[in-house]
Unconditional design. Structure first.
Length: 207
């Protein structure tokens, strides 16, 4: 649930002030902003599809690694967003976060693997509740950050998102290390089980 909050919170918070930021910084109107949203949505759908097909299916990367890739993509993007002076640079930031949707996929996959099968329904319900409550919390937080920094540094809320994404990145790295350690222990256990019958057989022969 912490991972869900750290991922969904910044996205919901940014959406509450993103149009105000784009209008003030780039002079965009509703049409400009709608075009941007449409283009970036298509880019992210294509990026998520590619990530699943190439990283997950072809390279067979762990779900936690997909989360790491998504967070690195998102971290680079928010830095570009925060300091963007033109609409073109802002678009470039949108293309940089091409793998952003992958973090949702990896988060769901990790939850399904770590939660016992009989508790999946309950976990999905709690997960959905957190997704519904998150905008109510982060919307006002981001609105306050933007209103307090609008004159000095309007992109400050992106830096705040970056800090939260950094924490999320660390969590994904930690989960990757835990998964890697568990796989190593499992392989070692399997090797020991394979050698045990052989050792027993050798002992019987010597007798």
């Amino acid at each position: 649930m912490l991972l869900s909050t750290l991922i969904m919170g910044p996205l919901n918070g940014e959406s509450s002030v993103l149009y105000l930021f784009a209008r003030r910084r780039f002079g965009w109107n509703e049409i400009d902003f709608s075009v941007y949203n449409s283009v970036i949505s298509v880019v992210q759908i294509l990026g998520g599809t590619f990530a699943l097909a190439f990283f997950s299916k072809y390279l067979n990367l762990d779900d936690s690694v997909l989360g790491i890739i998504a967070m690195l993509s998102r971290l680079c993007a928010v830095i570009v967003f925060a300091f963007a002076k033109t609409g073109l640079v802002f678009y470039i930031g949108g293309f940089i976060e091409v793998f952003q949707t992958t973090c949702h996929i990896s988060m769901r996959a990790l939850m399904s693997k770590t939660v016992p099968p009989h508790e999946l329904g309950q976990s999905n319900s709690v997960f959905g509740l957190f997704e519904a409550v998150t905008p109510l919390i982060f919307g006002p937080v981001y609105s306050n950050i933007y209103s307090y920094t609008i004159k000095s540094f309007p992109g400050m809320f992106f830096i705040f998102s970056g800090l939260m994404h950094l924490i999320t990145l660390c969590l994904f790295v930690l989960m990757y290390k835990v998964q890697k350690s568990e796989k190593s222990k499992l392989k070692e256990k399997q090797r020991n089980m394979e050698h045990e019958p052989l050792n027993t057989g050798d002992g019987d022969v010597k007798k």
